[in-house]
Design a binder for this molecule. Structure first.
Ligand code: PLP
Length: 409
């Protein structure tokens, strides 16, 4: 498919759920940072797979197994092209960003980390990019270093640079903050880390839904993301790693399919990526994610991003004008995520109130408890936009917030 200019009306029509109503109101879906909605093409691909191709992969010589294996491996090539990787063997299918990070953390515990080593993360990481490194530190005696963020939610790059040393064994950092929307200067982070031969893992869970990513140009060492956030199914995700790194890391889980030869005296493993994919994988998920990638690649992503930025600007201006509004996360480089509080209304009440008007936002800590603690709040309400949202969605959000503000006085 060749990329089309961004066609807003068509894009919206591609997502059947957007035409539905909730609580008797048109659905205003603004919880895209949690998960994206699915275009009909993805739903159809999954249905087609089960209706015409369902079989286990890699092990069968029969027709259906060959079809399923071909579709599964073609998806690997598609993922590689989606993120600008030149070698499809460097693409490992996982359950999602969380499992991808756990896989790398497990490998670092087994092969790299020792007492006194340091792992650098940031204050704005999702728990998925904190807890695995905390456990890795507990197991090895390594030390977790945390790059601070300022009042706007911008990384303190001077502090980051000072943290790097010959003790640093990995920098693991999010591309875009799910709670604040901050877009981090990952090119600079990678360059600075590489100057000291430190590998870098980029958490792309929030960037892949919004912008094209090129791991070759970035020159990061690991890049991870989730299928469900790029408008594919849940339970599927990707770990991309440079070949030399993936070859160095041991298997994460073991069992069927990841082996070359099993004997009671010992077992040898497949090369990459097979050694990381034990057991029957989420074939349907891989096929659905490939369809989602087809969808994204068929679209004008630069135009989509410009549309999202316009929504962000409009929503930010209109929400800021509401009395008692506090925006958490005001970085100059921001994706279309708005975390907010209004007067002393509890974010869960905000979420419930907006839901009554069909407006779906997230309320809570967004799996970033240390970050929210840094801002002195336990939770926020978060509206997050995707390319299929429109300016009416912004207005419905703003109207519902104004109504709530009046209600709570
Ligand atoms: N990292 C970031 C920045 C996220 O936003 C999320 C999910 O919200 C994750 C990691 C975890 O992704 P998943 O739950 O799909 O594994």
């Amino acid at each position: 498919m060749s990329p089309q200019l961004f066609d807003f009306a068509q894009v919206r029509a591609d997502f059947p759920i957007l035409a539905t109503e909730v609580r008797g109101k048109p659905l205003t879906y603004l919880d895209n940072a949690a998960t994206g909605q699915k275009p009909q093409l993805v739903i159809d691909a999954i249905e087609r797979y089960y209706a015409t191709e369902n079989s286990n992969i890699h092990r069968g010589v029969h027709y259906l197994s060959e079809c399923a294996t071909d579709a599964y491996e073609a998806a690997r090539t598609k993922v590689a092209s989606f993120i600008g990787a030149s070698d499809a063997d460097e693409v490992v299918f996982t359950r999602g960003t969380t499992e991808s990070i756990n896989l790398v953390a497990h490998g670092f515990v087994e092969t790299i980390l020792k007492e006194g080593d340091e792992i650098v993360i940031s204050h704005m990481e999702h728990h998925a990019n904190i807890v695995p490194w905390q456990i890795a530190s507990q197991k090895t005696g390594a030390v977790l270093k945390v790059v601070p963020v300022d009042e706007r939610g911008v990384l303190d790059m001077a502090a980051f640079e000072q943290m790097l040393s010959d003790k640093t064994k990995l920098v693991a950092i999010t591309h875009i903050s799910n709670a604040l929307g901050t877009i981090n200067p990952i090119e600079r982070i990678i360059r600075k880390a590489h100057a000291l031969n430190v590998p870098v893992l980029i958490d792309g869970a929030q960037s892949t839904p919004h912008m094209p990513v090129d791991v070759s140009a970035l020159d990061c060492d690991f890049f991870v993301f989730s299928g469900h956030k790029i408008f594919g199914p849940t339970g599927i995700g990707v770990l991309w790693g440079k070949r030399e790194w993936l070859e160095r890391l041991p298997p994460y889980q073991s069992g069927g399919d990841m082996i070359e030869k099993v004997d009671f005296e010992g077992t040898t493993y497949k090369g990459i990526p097979g050694k990381f994919e034990a057991g029957t994988p989420h074939i349907e998920g891989v096929i659905g994610m490939a369809a989602a990638i087809d969808y994204l690649q068929s679209m004008d992503r630069v135009g989509a991003l410009a549309h999202e930025s316009a929504l962000l600007t409009d929503a930010t201006e209109k929400l800021s004008a509401i009395e008692g509004m506090r925006l958490i996360g005001t970085a100059p480089e921001k994706a279309s995520v708005i975390s907010f509080l209004i007067n002393d209304i509890h974010p869960h009440d905000i979420g419930t109130f907006l839901d009554a008007d069909g407006v779906a936002v997230r309320a809570g800590h967004h799996c970033t408890q240390p970050l929210l603690k840094r801002f002195g709040v336990p939770a926020t309400a978060r509206a997050s936009f995707a390319f299929y949202n429109n300016f009416e969605d912004v207005d419905r959000l703003v109207t519902a917030v104004q109504k709530m503000q009046r209600f709570f006085g």
